[in-house]
Design a protein around this ligand. Structure first.
Ligand code: ADP
Ligand code: MG
Length: 697
């Protein structure tokens, strides 16, 4: 016990270490930079760098790295030793303020989405003092932002930090209207529930599709999947428990508040959740968590799958983004509060989210769009591709009462008047336990549930912060300088509900009727990445991001291109893997197996002409028929992959990959899965779904 408490954060150069190791003045100056975003004094940087280096070296470190988050979805690092020659043939350990504050990695091999054409290829990394440095192995990791020399963001952190400033700024305008003129920083907080699969490493090793693509491209349905619902919250197997425990302990040392772990619905599926923190740190910590999950799984002879949909017909893995807005004093602005003044404030922040989500359904959908996530969204296990907000019956009734000026009956017989009445207490609505809503209000936070498991939290939160900032700005514009504040507030609330109430839906999002109803309401239904992504760079969206200083036109266009290119590349790799597995393993297996059957028939006939060989000949007939389909489908797929070379434009290429290549992959898969069901277990070249999903004993 004591161990856990004393080792928590032991690998982090955090606040307590800084206070202990830095001269008072330096510490104060750094705190001002962290909290008030003032520029860092170079003299201060030198002292901090020396203290960091000494602390790191005392913990056995020899190297440092600027750790950043390029547009690859994962993190990047290049390690430099602290060593410097002392001029007498020996070395000293050195680390300057300049090295801490700025690095210059070669940016030319990271995705830039066309920014490279207009700006220099070189990039630089800039220290983000709001996210603490930490130790991993023998290296000091310094969280940094990554930009081009022209100052264009080449990463996820830069626009995230910009979006945090935007929402903080606009939220403070609203607070000022309620007389809260000095609330300190207002920051978004995020707690992310992370789903993942664990499979046995030896089984995984025999599946090139899992190795190269992170998901199975073939696999007939097993006799048992998640049908019995016996895995959810089931007893955790010792091998998995050992993995989870080690993960907890490593994360605690890194200052990550790892809190909850349990088995998920699908066999071999599990979930992890930390306690929420400031979004910037939550993003960094989630990246670290995903990375550690993979490394630690390896130590237990396991492989951690973070793909959105590793297995067809079995639930995929998502990531739930729990989001709220907090003040420096620890108040949650999405908490209903207990006084009349708080009720008005709460309603404004709540309605800002309602307005933002309704106006920018496209951007939220785009922020979670990847080739992998297309398999999940709308697949009756994850939220549909249609965005709507769940508020629960109780809160919805309150809002209706407010907007119509009628009585709210169900609990307290009060007529709701904003800013006058106390909101009745409404418990978290239990009707949403089916979790079909993509964007649910859960008492004091919103839970955005469309993220795929491997996605960086940054993208969706950049969008969320920006669109809510925009809605808050609109509210502030309408209320600042109003002659009668109460009246203006009342009108604003009613008007917002009238315009944006259509986004509120408390029913079952999986139901077919909802698709029809949503269409009637005029809500967007962007089923795939290819449909969604081009909307990223509409004039309206570019103006939105520019208005709040989050992304420039060039940055928006580059991000759109990177995502579309990624989509095409993902399907390209999957198609090549499929072709390779089919040609070099499935085809030989079919040939071998049909030969065995033929041999058996011939052998029987040589014994006696009237021996019954119906079993073999029927099977042979079916397999031979399927083998013919296999051959033609394989050729179709190969031809469609070759045909992709014709498309230079990113949108055209992505559309082609979806319509042609992906379509042919699905057809080929159907044939192969059917053949698998007819082939002897020992004669099939890959572990089956059952063998993979139940591989961890
Ligand atoms: P669920 O019912 O969805 O499983 P949990 O209680 O497990 O909910 O919480 C899910 C996540 O929400 C956790 O990471 C938790 O820290 C986070 N969370 C709780 N309160 C807030 C908040 N005010 N803002 C952001 N995240 C929060
Ligand atoms: Mg949840």
């Amino acid at each position: 016990m004591g161990d856990v408490i004393s080792s928590f954060g032991s690998l982090v150069f955090g606040d307590a270490v800084m206070r202990r190791r830095l001269p008072k003045e330096v510490y104060r100056s750094l705190k001002r930079t962290i909290e008030a975003h003032t520029p860092l004094d170079p003299a201060v940087a030198n002292v901090v760098a020396a203290a960091m280096k000494n602390w790191a070296c005392e913990h056995g470190a020899t190297h440092f790295t600027h750790w950043f988050q390029p547009m690859t979805g994962v993190t990047a690092e290049k390690h430099d030793a602290f060593i410097a020659p002392d001029g007498e043939g020996r070395i000293i350990m050195e680390f300057s303020g300049k090295e801490l504050v700025r690095g210059e990695p070669d940016a030319s091999s990271f995705p830039t989405g066309g920014l490279r054409a207009t700006f220099e290829a070189r990039g630089y990394t800039a220290w983000d003092p709001t996210s603490y440095a930490f130790l991993k192995g023998k290296t000091l990791y310094i969280p940094t932002a990554f930009c081009s020399y022209g100052g264009e963001a080449l990463d996820q952190k830069t626009p995230l930090l910009r979006s945090m400033q935007a929402i903080g700024r606009e939220a403070k305008r609203i607070l000022a209207l309620f007389g809260e003129t000095d609330p300190g920083d207002v920051t978004p907080c995020v707690g992310a529930e992370q789903e993942y699969f664990l499979v046995d490493r030896e089984v995984w090793n025999k599946r090139p599709d899992l190795i190269y693509c992170g998901r199975t491209l073939f696999g007939a349905r097993p006799s048992k999947g998640q049908d019995l619902d016996d895995h959810y919250f089931g007893a955790i197997k010792p091998r998995v428990a050992a993995f989870m425990q080690e993960l907890d302990e490593e994360l605690w040392k890194l200052g990550v508040l790892s809190k909850t772990k349990h088995n998920e619905v699908a066999p071999a599926q599990h979930e992890f959740a930390p306690i929420f923190e400031t979004v910037n740190i939550a993003v960094d910590h989630n990246q670290l968590t995903m990375e550690l999950m993979k490394t630690i799984a390896g130590r237990h002879g396991l492989v951690c799958l973070l793909h959105e949909k590793p297995f067809a017909g079995v639930n995929g893995s998502g990531k739930h983004n729990n989001w709220s807005l907090g003040t420096a004093t620890g108040e949650n602005l999405l908490d209903p509060g207990r006084t009349p003044a708080k009720n008005a404030r709460f309603l404004l922040f709540l309605l800002a989210v309602v307005k933002a989500v309704d106006e920018h359904q496209d951007l939220l959908r785009i922020s979670v769009a990847t080739a992998g996530n297309d398999h999940r969204l709308g697949a009756n296990e994850a939220p549909p591709a249609i965005i709507s907000i769940f508020l629960g019956d109780e809160l919805t009734e309150i809002l209706t009462a407010v907007s119509e000026g009628t009585r709210y009956h169900s609990r307290s017989q009060v007529q709701m008047a904003i800013g006058v009445d106390t909101l009745p207490h409404f418990p978290q609505d239990m009707t949403d336990r089916n979790r079909t809503s993509p964007f649910a209000f859960t008492g004091n936070k919103f839970e955005f549930r469309m993220l795929g498991a491997p996605l960086s939290l940054a993208g969706p939160n950049i969008v969320l912060n920006t669109i809510v900032a925009d809605a808050l700005a609109g509210f502030a514009d309408a209320l600042e300088g109003a002659e009668d504040f109460r009246q203006a507030l009342d009108a604003l609330v009613k008007d917002t509900l009238r315009r944006h109430g259509r986004i509120i839906f408390n029913g079952n999002n999986y139901a077919g009727e909802w698709v029809v109803e949503a269409q009637k309401r005029g809500l967007l239904n962007l089923a795939t990445t290819v449909e969604a992504l081009p909307l990223f760079a509409t004039e309206e969206n570019i103006r939105l991001f520019e208005r709040h200083g989050v992304l420039s036109r060039a940055e928006v266009v580059s991000r759109m291109e990177i995502t579309l290119e990624n989509y095409a590349k993902t399907i390209h790799i999957e198609a090549l893997t499929m072709i390779d597995m089919t040609r070099r393993e499935v085809v030989p297996a079919v040939v071998r197996y049909t030969k065995q059957l033929t041999d058996s028939v011939l052998a029987k006939r040589s014994v006696a002409a009237d021996l019954d060989d119906t079993l073999e000949t029927e099977l042979l007939r079916r397999l031979t028929g399927l083998a013919g389909c296999l051959s033609s489908q394989l050729e179709e797929l190969e031809a469609s992959v070759t045909g992709a070379g014709r498309y230079a434009d990113k949108k055209d290429a992505a559309s082609y990959y979806q319509a042609e290549v992906f379509f042919n992959m699905q057809t080929l898969r159907g044939v192969v899965d059917e053949i698998e069901m007819l082939t002897g277990r020992g004669d099939w070249p890959f572990p089956s779904y059952g063998e993979i999903l139940f591989s961890v004993v």
